[in-house]
Design a protein around this ligand. Sequence first.
Ligand code: ZN
Length: 456
Amino acid sequence: MFALVLVVCLIASPILEARVEPTHGFDVFSQDEEIQLGQQSAAEVMKQMPVLPDSEPVVEYVQSLGAKLAQHAPGYKWPYNFHVVNVKEINAFALPGGAIFVNLGTIQAADNEAQLAGVMAHEISHVVQRHGTRAASKQMAAQLPLAILGGLMGNSTLAKAAELGISFGVGSYFLKNSRQSESEADLLGTDIMYDSGYQPQQMAVFFEKLEKQMGGGASALMNQFLSDHPNPGNRAEAVSHEVKTLPTRTYLADSREFGEIKARVAGMKPLTSAQVAAMQKQGGTPSVGPTAGDVTPSANLKVFSHNEYQISYPDNWQVFGDQSSNVTIAPRSGVSQNAVAYGVMIANYQPEDSGASLDTATHELLASLRQSNPDLKQIGHDETIRVNGVAGKSVDLIGSSPIKDAQGKPQEERDWVVTVQRKDGTVLYLVFISPDKDFGSMRPTFEAMLRTLQVR
Ligand SMILES: [Zn+2]
């Protein structure tokens, strides 16, 4: 019996030694100040970003996964809390003191639970290491004479930070991490994942996937994460090296909840960063839910001119997005944090075969729309139409609307899809969206808009 205990101790002690210890550095903020600062910044983020409500099942899931990981975070016990931002771009960020925000696009892009856990463990590690306030402290030290800085180590640090314009809100410079911070977060994250039962290498696999997709020129969706969390080099190797210092163990398979959440997020339509930026500019809070009262289109039309097309729209509606992105034209209250309830989305579709007919391209497009919205069903046949002399197709779909009825059940939504051939072989498509019950009253406006469409 005694011998057995001894053996366990012999195995157990190197495990403790192998863990990466959090580093400490110059920080003018006390832990309480850091928490206070983080809470102020979190309140600002909540106002400016479309943060999903805690009652959303995806958020509940992320919070429970986060709590599991945070249990294994070393160092000071920060009050960790987790949020999901309804944005398409793959990104995540951590505020000082423990508030962690994960974009919905990150969950959509994770191939398995360990990859999502990896992103979150990495963010938790930035909190453990106090990377934000340490970077801010460095800047304050550069700006303030030492005597004043010394005097700050007391009650006026937060006021002084505010005076110097140091903040951790949306787009803050201090949320962009250095390569040094990145490699620290990777290593601590590796231990947190290991201790929580998730295969640490999946963190590096996910980061490398983002890089490969970016290298392939695939998308701007990927580079936001990498710009905030730059690759310190040899990520996978560093993680594997750290794992080798730990005993071999078996890792958790994906939970049933993860499968359910993946299916759920596949059907969600997060906003693009460009759409969020446009809403912020127009002073709107992107978290306002759609209300059916004030979406009525004005009869006066206004022209929107895009590099690829021109279209007129009711002058009391707004254009979200710009030249470089997909565009949504909608009444302000027809767009919520979850989706577009009323309005039109306009985008370009590149068929797999560049010589594809409009018919083939349209069917391909419909298949991909259905892939992300599995409950979409086609009503009737698709029709061949002409839009200002250009060949087009018209298809009616029905799915579920983000607007709920009095019983809390989602209403039916009509999606009228129009595709138009472009000279370069791509297809311009428009999705006119409205709850089914209002489609009859919205259709004349949609048709009036379509009649003004000119494809370049
Ligand atoms: Zn990072």
